[in-house]
Design a protein around this ligand. Sequence first.
Ligand SMILES: C[C@@]1(CC(=O)O)c2cc3[nH]c(cc4nc(cc5[nH]c(cc(n2)[C@H]1CCC(=O)O)[C@@](C)(CC(=O)O)[C@@H]5CCC(=O)O)C(CC(=O)O)=C4CCC(=O)O)c(CCC(=O)O)c3CC(=O)O
Ligand SMILES: NC(=O)C1=CN([C@@H]2O[C@H](COP(=O)(O)OP(=O)(O)OC[C@H]3O[C@@H](n4cnc5c(N)ncnc54)[C@H](O)[C@@H]3O)[C@@H](O)[C@H]2O)C=CC1
Length: 232
Amino acid sequence: MIPLVHDLSGETVLVFGGGNVATRKAKRFVSEARLIVVSPTFTDELRSLAEDRSLELVRDAPDPDGVRELVDRISPALIVAATDDPAVNAAAEAEAHERGVLVNRTDVSGARDSGSVVVPATVEDGPVTVAITTGANSPALARHLRERIEAEIEGAGELARITGDLRAELAEREVPPEGRREALRAVVRSPDVWKALQVGGANPRQTARRVAEGTCTDDGIERRTDDGTRKS
Ligand SMILES: C[C@@]1(CC(=O)O)c2cc3[nH]c(cc4nc(cc5[nH]c(cc(n2)[C@H]1CCC(=O)O)[C@@](C)(CC(=O)O)[C@@H]5CCC(=O)O)C(CC(=O)O)=C4CCC(=O)O)c(CCC(=O)O)c3CC(=O)O
Ligand SMILES: NC(=O)C1=CN([C@@H]2O[C@H](COP(=O)(O)OP(=O)(O)OC[C@H]3O[C@@H](n4cnc5c(N)ncnc54)[C@H](O)[C@@H]3O)[C@@H](O)[C@H]2O)C=CC1
């Protein structure tokens, strides 16, 4: 299995099931795609999501033939099989495989068939996303690692923006690629920069620029002495 970052905007995600698991998945996909949830019952949370977001609830308890018809009609890019009826989940998976549609089967763990996807635990900080999968073996562990990483990457989103701007600036100044790489690596590794990102009131952008200027000049030659200290 290989993790890929998928842009689902403009696509439809079709969820079978309206219980707790379907609700968790729906919350993950609602801001990413058009979402349709098919189930005879819905959690309160799903109902309130449907009131203020782009989520459509279809009250139905399809049998395997019904699943086929719905998939035909809706043409989703991804199917989430989250009912408590293994036969319905299996039908959704079979339809997906037949049509080359991605499928997330929520009621099985371990090995996956081709075309099956796992929803990873994710940590987001601005444009930075860390996704954790245990290869579908241990969701509890994926969640625990997510909680630990959440604390670890605080500030990474802002740093992604700062270094994004910085690399454009260095390119504009025609600093050669070698010098740019050196400068950006120094910035993302700098304890001073991370400290400035975490401490309110500090200016991380300024600190990042100072670190970058310390490693590269406009001609791309490092201004450091042999013992690693910076030359003035
Ligand atoms: C295979 C997979 C398929 C899929 O759903 O994509 C799957 C399957 C199953 N999960 C089960 C149980 C639990 N799932 C969670 C939580 C999460 N489950 C998620 C993903 C995945 N779950 C995929 C693998 C991901 C990977 O590769 O690691 C997360 C990461 C993402 C998300 O769902 O959004 C989300 C954490 C989000 C977060 O917090 O960040 C917890 C923890 C908790 O609730 O505290 C428990 C209870 C503890 C436990 O069992 O580990 C069961 C047993 C049901 C039963 O016993 O009846 C099955 C089915 C089976 O095992 O047969
Ligand atoms: N992937 C995961 O993280 C987890 C997966 N599971 C598995 O996911 C499944 C669902 O779990 P929960 O949401 O907790 O169960 P639940 O009982 O809360 O929800 C099941 C939902 O499926 C609906 N449903 C029943 N027949 C249907 C049909 N023919 N078509 C559409 N919807 C139908 C029910 O009305 C209900 O809304 C279970 O089989 C369980 O093994 C459970 C916990 C975590």
